[in-house]
Ligand binder design. Structure first.
Ligand code: SF4
Length: 461
């Protein structure tokens, strides 16, 4: 039996797509083996959101080749679309596939390694295919807890720092009927939670030219809310695309969980404008506060970029104070990095924008990480002493330990998430016990405290 191994970098959408690619190989009789083991075929799905992501991708490709030098290596995804030659120049890579070609990866796999890497990348303007139907997550784990359903791809926005529209093309979506069928397949397979993923999912249904399509993201939500899935999660939505109507619907829904990830990027009016974001501070505050007022126990997370060109100490201070004043539970902090062919890069090259020194960027990132820590601690603390439903996953406190042996001083914990995204750990006698009784189930847990990593600790109620 031939073996396939995969590795995914970047966002949940990439994970969903890798899973779809892997499933095509499984259907052809391949066996999926963990990354790092000998494999006949290795697929690496790349990300190019920052310079750091690019470097990480190159490292992973080298690691794959070191572990399994005879493997046929296909490098696909965003970095492959944007800079195929960089990846093709790594000795041992066989094919580099762009945004269109990656879904046909099977067709490019040879029985023997290529003498040199071949590149198949279409002009991004011509990319209009959506990809495979069943986009569920396989990841390293086999538990059927949470599945990622790809509902949308590409982006018509033109944020000045972002390379994603150049890597993934114009916005396009799968039909409600097809997505409802895919969701049913996931429900029948036993999944307890479906996470809706895409590049800009609030733009669902709109046409590639940006005009309104026949159905909207709200229509999709209403259709999926009819299905018997215990939990439906929206991965991330642009604040300008989250309407009051949607918030009211989610507040009433028994399935859509009280968790929003609303990208902020900056709390400075000037920086938001330079970033070409499609909202201002007032709109962001209004959305955040409306969600918090209408949905009890809601968890709101935000992405923030520090060190955007021209960001002064005053701009940063404005961002810090803005976030401090909002009902936000956690932050994902990114450091600006210049991406080729973006508006920000052009402005920097033309001397119209000034780069922020890297030490200053680091210090700002550190401050926001600290703010995120305090916000999260305050959020998790609100629920200590309460009983919450937890969906348990195949995740344990000793997952990182060598040889699978845990130290006698540490109790083994099994982890899961509440609907509002608190990570909760409960003590269990053994993994086998937990896998039999907890994993894949939603069970009531009494929350008793918080650990150092800000997970809630609890006991089965
Ligand atoms: S909304 Fe902006 S940041 Fe997000 S993918 Fe589109 S262009 Fe990039």
């Amino acid at each position: 039996m031939k073996r396939i191994s995969t590795y995914t970098l970047g966002c949940k959408l990439n994970f969903a797509e890798t899973s779809a690619l892997a499933q095509a190989f499984l259907a052809q009789g391949y066996e999926l083996v963990p990354f790092g083991e000998e494999a006949d075929v290795t697929i690496i799905n790349t990300c190019s959101v920052t310079e750091h992501a690019d470097a990480k991708c190159r490292n992973v490709v080298r690691r794959a080749l070191k572990k399994s030098p005879k493997s046929f290596v296909a490098v696909v995804g965003c970095y492959a679309q944007l800079a195929p030659e960089e990846l093709a120049s790594i000795e041992g890579v066989d094919v580099v596939l762009g945004a269109k070609e990656k879904f046909d990866v099977m067709k490019y796999i040879g029985d023997e390694k290529n003498a040199e890497a071949q590149i198949f990348v279409s002009d991004i303007q011509t990319v209009d295919n959506f990809g495979f139907g069943h986009s569920i997550a396989i990841g390293g784990k086999q538990d059927q807890t949470r599945a990622y359903l790809k509902v949308q791809d590409g982006c018509n926005y033109n944020c000045s720092y972002c390379t994603i529209p150049l890597a993934r093309g114009q916005s396009r979506s799968e039909s409600i009927e097809t997505l409802a069928l895919q969701a049913k397949t996931l429900i029948d397979a036993g999944y307890q939670e479906i996470v809706l993923t895409g590049v800009n999912i609030g733009d669902y249904g709109n046409k590639p030219d940006g005009s309104k399509g026949e159905s909207s993201f709200f229509d999709l939500l209403k259709a999926l809310d009819e299905l018997p899935i215990p939990r439906l999660r929206i991965s991330s939505i642009e604040p300008n695309l989250l309407t009051s109507e949607m918030i009211d619907f989610i507040a009433r829904s028994k399935r859509i969980v009280p968790h929003f990830h609303l990208p902020l990027q900056s709390g400075s009016a000037d920086v938001l404008r330079w970033m070409r974001r499609r909202y201002n501070k007032e709109l962001y505050r209004a959305r955040c506060e409306e969600v918090a007022a209408k949905i009890p126990n809601v968890c709101v997370g935000a992405d923030v970029i520090v060190g955007f060109p021209n960001e002064t100490d005053e701009h940063f201070e404005e961002t810090y104070r803005f976030i401090e004043s909002l009902p936000i539970a956690y932050l994902h902090v990114f450091t600006f990095s210049k991406r080729p062919n973006t508006h920000a890069a052009e402005m920097l090259d033309a001397g119209k924008f000034q780069e922020v020194p890297s030490k200053v960027k680091q210090a700002r990132s550190q401050k926001l990480h600290e703010l995120s820590f305090f916000k999260k601690k305050a959020f998790v603390s609100r629920f200590v002493g309460k009983q919450m439903d937890v969906l348990f996953e195949d995740e344990f406190s000793d997952d990182d330990e060598l040889n699978g042996e845990r130290t006698s001083s540490e109790k083994l914990r099994c982890y899961g998430h509440t609907a509002n995204y608190l990570r909760v750990g409960v003590e269990v006698p053994s993994k086998e016990w937990a896998r039999e009784r907890l994993v894949g189930k939603i069970l009531p847990v009494s929350l008793l405290g918080i650990d150092e990593a800000l997970n809630a600790t609890g006991a089965l109620a």
